[in-house]
Design a protein around this ligand. Structure first.
Ligand SMILES: [Zn+2]
Length: 304
């Protein structure tokens, strides 16, 4: 347990000093299509398309598909992947093996740059067709706070417009480097995103985001998963959140054995998700960001 406590404090070390807040009750995710069923996936949960809020013994939850059945999950884990890396296609297959779907935040420049490291638009379309969510992550992955308001809008709005024109249903955003300020946050709103994921905000007192977030445009989350994180470290973040319940958004980048500091070994991802799948018994399930945030897809905004 002591090792886990150390691991948790390490994972939330970059957190700001957000004060504790009371847990909101309820939650109002809009119905969202899940895509066609797949062998390891959602065929066993046909009712999930009508998912919504629920409660268990007074604790708020979200209806999700877990271990092949619909449960009221009072702890929900979102598995998010940044930067449109081709390696993440193998991660998607691991998710599907465990009946899970993730959220992939893509940069336009990677889709446009033919390179062994980058996902192609056709591959991303395949992810969406299999029920994964596609979100936005700017055109070029800049440090947004170093840009003018106009440039921020170009990076955020035109990336979203590009993704929509490619056929993606883009509702949610993730800040590159977790770098944002009031101006960047406003640009995210102006570009008609429903939410934006940060990579900080959890503290010793706050183990999870709430299902109705304090600020949907700054979703609180653990820092990005690092090569030095063990499977037990990731599990500890979930079990800690299970205390009061809530929403834990994991951020992954590279999927490889030692290729990057912000990587996870494929076997470790598989091990973590296998463990996570079994947490249905504790009322824990997984969902895409859009399943928790809800709302509809707003029109694309193009910035001149
Ligand atoms: Zn990124």
């Amino acid at each position: 347990m002591r090792k886990w406590a150390v691991a948790i404090s390490c994972l939330i070390a970059a957190c700001g000093g957000t004060p504790p807040e009371s847990q909101s009750t309820g939650g109002a995710p809009a119905p969202s299509p899940l895509g066609p069923p797949s062998p390891g996936g959602f065929a066993a949960c046909p009712g999930l398309a009508e998912a919504g809020s629920c409660t268990v013994a007074g604790k708020p939850g979200i209806k999700v598909c877990a271990a092949g059945t619909v449960i009221c999950a009072t702890t929900v884990v979102s598995l998010t992947f940044d930067d449109a890396l081709a390696q993440q296609l193998s991660a998607a297959a691991v998710l599907e093996k465990h009946g899970m779907r993730g959220t992939f935040f893509l940069n336009t420049w990677r889709l446009r740059t033919s390179n062994v490291e980058n996902m192609t638009a056709a591959q991303a379309k395949g992810l969406q067709d299999r029920g994964h969510e596609i979100g936005g992550h700017t055109l070029d992955h800049p440090h947004l706070t170093t840009l003018s308001s106009d440039q921020q809008h170009v990076e955020i709005c035109n990336d979203r417009a590009n993704l929509i024109s490619l056929g993606f249903d883009v509702q949610n955003f993730a800040y590159p480097f977790g770098d944002w300020n009031a101006s960047v946050r406003q640009a995210v709103a102006d570009c008609r995103y429903n939410s934006a994921r940060d990579i900080t905000g959890l503290t010793a007192e706050i183990a999870a985001e709430t299902f109705v977030p304090k600020d949907a445009l700054v979703l609180r989350a653990p820092r990005s998963v690092q090569r030095t994180d063990s499977v037990a470290d990731l599990e500890a973040l979930v079990t800690r959140a299970e205390g009061a319940g809530g929403w834990v958004l994991f951020t992954f980048h590279h999927i490889c054995d030692g290729c990057a500091t912000n990587g996870i070994r494929p076997d470790d991802l598989d091990g973590f998700l296998g463990w996570l799948e079994q947490r249905a018994k504790q009322g824990t399930g997984t969902a895409r960001v859009r399943d928790v945030i809800g709302g509809s897809t707003q029109p694309a905004v193009t910035w001149p």
